[in-house]
Design a protein around this ligand. Structure first.
Ligand SMILES: C[S@@+](CC[C@H](N)C(=O)[O-])C[C@H]1O[C@@H](n2cnc3c(N)ncnc32)[C@H](O)[C@@H]1O
Length: 229
């Protein structure tokens, strides 16, 4: 009996021995994920708090964060479908991940979209809008990226810089996208001391976007999704 349980745990946390050797791929169990997230519980329940996981695997942390945020969205906004959709998209758009193995990237995106869809369906059943799901998919393609979190580039011969999109809600349903290289975001962002979010009167670092997009209604985001891995 114990062996079967252990095997189940291993199956959940380890895919193959070789992947552990090559990439240190051991996924964190749900219990540990929740215990760790509880250390920053308030942030996990703030709809627009930004989370970036630089070696996100298949998304064990990110999935749980999204569930927590969507529970809040549901409690506060489910009486009004458009409000729910805006805040659910805001919750999703502030979750970021980088992962070196392509299959994990895709699984992570699929799991997050699955959670998003589950909550959405649960609230609105047949009234759900395909545009909203497409917007969620578009954002996930931009936020969960294939990359090497050490070099901050794609792990292929092209070695392209990892570029993240910042999404900001403006005037209700409009959304603003600005792209930044991960290197630029991190270069002047020490864990301690002055940083982008400091409000202590320190010198703040303002990163420069590499692309700036016109305002768009969030339900139109997925209209021409050409994002690829
Ligand atoms: C210990 S696992 C943790 C996965 C996930 N954070 C979790 O807790 O379930 C480490 C993950 O980092 C990925 N990884 C290893 N080196 C990496 C790198 N340089 N950049 C990005 N991801 C990397 C592995 O493929 C693996 O999925």
């Amino acid at each position: 009996m114990n062996n079967i349980l252990e095997e189940t745990n291993n199956n959940n946390q380890i895919k193959t021995r070789q992947r552990v050797i090559d990439h240190g791929e051991v996924f964190t169990s749900e219990r540990e994920v929740n215990a760790m997230l509880d250390l920053v519980k308030q942030e996990t329940e703030r709809i627009d708090s930004r989370f970036l996981e630089p070696a996100c695997g298949t998304g064990n942390f990110l999935v749980e964060i999204l569930k927590r945020k969507l529970n809040i969205v549901e409690n506060r906004y489910s009486k009004n479908q458009l409000e729910y959709e805006r805040y659910a998209i805001l919750a999703l758009s502030s979750i970021y991940g980088v992962e070196i193995l392509k299959d994990n990237v895709q699984t992570c995106r699929d799991r997050l979209l699955g959670v998003f869809t589950h909550f959405y369906l649960n609230n609105y059943k047949k009234k759900i809008k395909s545009e909203c799901l497409k917007a969620a998919e578009f954002i996930l393609n931009r936020n969960i990226l294939w990359g090497d979190a050490l070099s901050l580039k794609t792990p292929d011969e092209k070695a392209e810089p990892i570029i993240f999109s910042e999404w900001s809600a403006v005037n209700g349903s409009m959304i603003k996208r600005r792209d930044y290289t991960m290197a630029n975001l991190l270069v002047n962002q020490p864990m301690k001391g002055p940083n982008l979010f400091s409000d202590l009167g320190d010198k703040a670092f303002i990163p420069t976007p590499v692309a700036d997009f016109p305002l768009i209604n969030f339900l139109k985001l997925g209209e021409d999704d050409t994002s690829k891995l």
